[in-house]
Design a protein around this ligand. Structure first.
Ligand SMILES: [Zn+2]
Ligand SMILES: [Zn+2]
Length: 75
């Protein structure tokens, strides 16, 4: 795999979009990998410095996923 930005050999893969990135172009950002409700509060576990390619855009706001329930058996 090659770096999405410069074409050099990729050192890792973006945690968010799957693009390959070399060390020079690798960025880090927090990645939430688990969330659950604890009492009244929503708690989450996050990786503080997950690999990010710097190319893909992460939406600052949550998106509505209710459409996933339509026609499905998700509870
Ligand atoms: Zn690169
Ligand atoms: Zn990415």
């Amino acid at each position: 795999m090659r770096c999405w930005v410069c074409g050099a050999a990729a050192e890792g893969v973006c945690r968010f979009c799957g693009r390959g990135v070399c060390k020079a172009h690798a960025r880090t950002r927090a990645f939430l990998f688990e969330a659950w409700e604890q009492g009244e509060r929503l708690r989450g576990l996050a990786v503080e410095d997950a690999l990010h390619c710097g190319v893909c855009k992460i939406r600052p706001d949550p998106i509505d996923l209710e459409f996933l329930r339509q026609g499905g058996e998700l509870s």
